[in-house]
Structure formats: C-alpha cells, structure tokens
Design a protein around this ligand. Structure first.
Ligand code: IMP
Length: 180
C-alpha cells in the first residue's frame, strides 16, 4: 500500500497535534452547553474517533451514513441517506463532523436536512477543506487543514474503497489511477 503513495501531506504527529488543538477549541466553545457530534460515514469515522478523545467535555455521538452518486473524484451533489440518525436532534447543539469538504454539496444538503429538525445550533467541523473546489457557499466553523485541489487518501479518506486505514494523509501515484 505504501509504495502506491506519491507524497505525504500530513503525518501522524502533525495530525495528532492539530486534532488536540481542535478538541481544546471545541471544548472551550461548548463548555456551558451540551454538545452532540454527528459523524458523516464512512469517511469521518477515524477523525471523529480521535476528535472526541481530544474533547474534554461530555458529548453525545450519532452517525449519518451518506452515499453520493457520481465517480470517486467528482460528486454530483445528489446525496442518498443510507443510515439516518438514531435519535431526534431538536434542541441540541449539533456539530456535524466530516472528513473533507470538496464541492460543499454533501454538507450543504446535510445542513439543510438537519436544520429542518430544529437543533438549538448547528455547526460544521471538517478534517480537511479544499476551498478551491467549492461549488456552493458553505460556512465551515472548524477546519483541521486547508489543502489545495488534489485528491488525497488516508485517515478515513478512500480511493475506490481503499486506503481508509492509512494513518497519514497522502496523494497517490498516477499509476494507481490508471490501474482502476
Ligand atoms: P463534496 O460534496 O464535494 O464536498 O464531497 C465530499 C465527499 O467527497 C467527501 O466526504 C469524500 O467522500 C469525497 N472526497 C472529496 N475529495 C476527496 C479526496 O481528496 N479524497 C477522498 N475523498 C474525497
């Protein structure tokens, strides 16, 4: 798997340090209030697992499963909910946790859907952000790292279902794309 990588963007140490900062900031921002984290499956499972352990206040956790139509490198904005939340979110301070914001279509769809359910507040937290690719305006409240317009894998992010278990964030060699 490692010989298919082109360039490391963030190694384990860099990721750990950044997430510790994010966790501290989130704990500070919500210290007076209850917080419900909603992880967007599948990509956010690793980020959410590390982020919650960096947050020192009590939190609730739920997951939403989405599958976006389109190819692996281009999302169409048509989002299908494959697993809805387990519980109502009305009256909760909701923080939606995503792996990466690319066009913004997925999160913009989810934010609209969740706002209709009457949360007390709703914010967005993403591990990675690719602002150059945005097709729809989206206010992102917490960003781990801003990256250029490059397809990346690892730390939950996949290419055709692979590389999610890579502990770093990296780009792939062009030969990997031509194989599939
Ligand atoms: P958006 O709706 O275009 O913002 O797409 C968000 C989704 O596209 C993410 O949750 C990822 O599943 C996928 N995605 C976008 N860019 C990348 C990338 O560089 N690597 C892996 N997945 C990506």
């Amino acid at each position: 798997m490692l010989d298919e990588l082109e360039r490391t963007l963030f190694d384990e140490e860099r990721i750990r340090t950044r997430i510790a900062d994010m966790g501290r900031q989130i704990a500070r921002d919500y210290r007076e209030d209850k917080l419900l984290l909603i992880g967007v499956l599948k990509g956010a499972f690793i980020f959410l697992a590390d982020l919650v352990r960096a947050i020192s206040i009590p939190v609730g956790i739920d997951f939403v499963g989405v599958s976006s139509y389109g190819t692996h490198t281009k999302s169409t904005g048509v989002v299908r909910i494959v697993k809805d939340l387990d519980a109502p979110i009305a009256g909760n301070n909701v923080l939606v946790v995503e792996d990466i914001v690319d066009t913004g279509l997925t999160l913009s769809y989810l934010a609209t859907l969740f706002r209709e359910r009457g949360p007390k507040s709703l914010r967005i937290c993403t591990f990675l952000d690719k602002p150059e690719r945005r097709e729809i305006p989206l206010a992102v409240d917490y960003v781990g790292f801003t990256i250029p317009n490059e397809f990346v894998v690892g730390y939950g992010l996949d290419y055709n279902g692979r590389y999610r278990n890579l502990p770093i964030v990296a780009t792939l060699k062009p030969s990997v794309y031509s194989k599939s």
